[in-house]
Design a protein around this ligand. Structure first.
Ligand code: CUA
Length: 317
């Protein structure tokens, strides 16, 4: 309904028309009441203007009905905005489980993307139409923000932790990607594009590129290269917790706490291994800070999530 309104960017995702509908509602309410108040001011100013021959106006002490009216109506309208906005916000914040996961790492001043099959892109992202895409994002340095106006998504990208967002593109085309957080002198140049392709075009785009190694495979070779496997296996040099089936499981820590082994926990355990010690183990793991890039950590996480890891371990046992 609003796609031809030149004030708004194109609507190219499933969420875009819904965000716009809420925006138009809020704008409509604001314009209506601003108009009402403006007209009332002018009307009342003229109606009750001072006239030379007029007596003092009648004193009005108040009106309960009026008080209720102008309390209940704004309350109702703001609650509609709140509930509507909150439901939409929660949906945008929670990527669907079946989404295709793409990694995006921001750094001064570029975006690095990685597809699950290993294809990497810089300042570009190619996605198929009609497929839900989840972005797992982090930064190598300062705060950036991933902003695609046509999809109505904007999510901060933070050093030292993961944020996610998701979208499902509905129209083929090339859409602008911006960094929406001031991040240094070249902030305004930290731009790119998201290209939405029909499924067949997407497949030919993929096949037209050098065959990549999957993200999980890259993670596996990093895992070997960094020597993780020399401890994290049943007959390891030093007793260390097994990582098979770790992802998503509950981990009991020293001191009785438990944590869910999510992306953030695994990242912290690599960068700052002493922050959380698994119950029954010694704090002997060295930090890998500076030895591994953010992409590398995400590759290792992809490896730990994948079934490959279990197979590799089983083969060794
Ligand atoms: Cu990155 Cu602004």
């Amino acid at each position: 309904m609003w796609q031809n309104l030149p004030l708004l960017p194109e609507q190219a995702s499933t969420i875009a028309p819904r965000v716009d509908a809420l925006f138009v509602f809020v704008l409509g309410v604001a314009v209506f009441f601003a108009g009402l108040i403006f007209v009332s001011i002018v009307y009342l100013a003229v109606k009750y203007r001072r006239r030379a021959d007029a007596a003092a106006p009648k004193l009005i002490a108040g009106s309960l009905a009026l008080e209720l009216l102008w309390t209940v109506i704004p309350f109702g309208l703001t609650m509609v905005m709140f509930v509507w906005g909150a439901l939409l916000f929660v949906e945008i914040q929670n990527p669907p489980a079946d989404a295709l996961e793409i990694i995006a790492v921001g750094k001064q001043w570029m975006w690095k993307m990685q597809h699950p099959d290993g294809h990497q892109e810089i300042n570009e992202l190619h996605v198929p139409i009609g497929r839900r895409i989840k972005l797992t994002m982090t930064s190598e340095d300062v705060i950036h923000s991933f902003f695609v106006p046509a999809f109505r998504i904007k999510m901060d990208v933070l050093p030292g932790r993961y944020t996610t967002t998701w979208f499902e593109a509905t129209r083929p085309g090339r859409y602008r990607l911006f960094c929406a957080e001031f991040c240094g002198t070249q902030h305004s140049g930290m731009i790119g594009s998201v290209t939405v392709l029909e499924l067949s075009e997407f497949e030919s785009w993929l096949s037209g590129r050098a065959v990549g190694t999957s993200t999980a495979k890259m993670g596996e070779s990093l895992f070997q290269r960094l020597g993780c496997a020399s401890c994290h296996r049943p007959d390891g040099a030093v007793p260390a917790p097994s990582l098979v089936g770790l992802f998503g499981s509950k981990v009991a820590l020293e001191g009785g706490r438990t944590v869910v082994a999510d992306e953030g926990y695994i990242r912290e355990s690599i960068i700052d291994p002493r922050a959380k010690i698994v119950a029954g183990y010694q704090p002997v793991m060295p930090t890998y800070r500076g030895l591994i890039s953010e992409d590398g950590i995400l590759q290792i996480i992809a490896y730990l999530k994948s079934a490959e890891q279990g197979k590799g371990e089983a083969a060794r046992q």
